[in-house]
Design a protein around this ligand. Structure first.
Ligand code: FAD
Length: 120
């Protein structure tokens, strides 16, 4: 099979912004595309909540739907407005999913998003 370092490199260099969080959405890892998309270096978002990307205008219902799905151990995807470090807003197509352990218990969350501002 493939070595762990191949998996790491694949995620690190993926053209999609990828982050891995704890069960409270605190960021434990972010890849290069995440930095390119959001303007935040990995070291700047480590330990911070994904809500750092919120534009503070997204209806609560959207987040309730996202968290409702994660609590059911299911993925959620949707489009929401995010805010970059420089304050600029962009339309993000976001997918979140639980990362399960061997016993199917959620241990982390995975987030993947891309800027779709140009598509709308
Ligand atoms: P919060 O204090 O987070 O609360 C908003 C609502 O979310 C609450 O009503 C509550 O129902 C629910 N909620 C929050 N935390 C939990 C929890 N631990 N368990 C159950 N329910 C909870 N948000 C973005 O705006 N942009 C993103 O790109 C983004 N990416 C994410 C990626 C991942 C992998 C995860 C797990 C979450 C992501 N979020 C993202 C959601 C983010 O963590 C916040 O919930 C959201 O930004 C709202 O933040 P808030 O501080 O306004 O409200």
């Amino acid at each position: 099979g493939l070595s762990a370092s191949v998996f790491f490199q694949a995620v690190e260099h993926s053209p999609v912004a990828i982050s891995i969080t704890d069960l409270h959405a605190n960021i434990l890892y972010s890849n290069r595309a995440f930095t390119k998309e959001t303007g935040y270096a990995a070291s700047e978002v480590l330990g911070r909540n994904e809500s750092v990307l919120s534009n503070r205008n997204t209806p609560r219902l959207v987040y309730d739907a996202l968290w409702g799905r994660l609590k059911q151990q299911k993925p959620w995807s949707g489009v929401l407005v995010n805010r970059r470090k420089d304050g600029k807003r962009y339309l993000a197509e976001l997918m979140v999913a639980p990362v399960l352990d061997d016993e199917n218990k959620p241990i982390h969350y995975l987030g993947m998003h891309r800027d779709v501002t140009e598509l709308y």
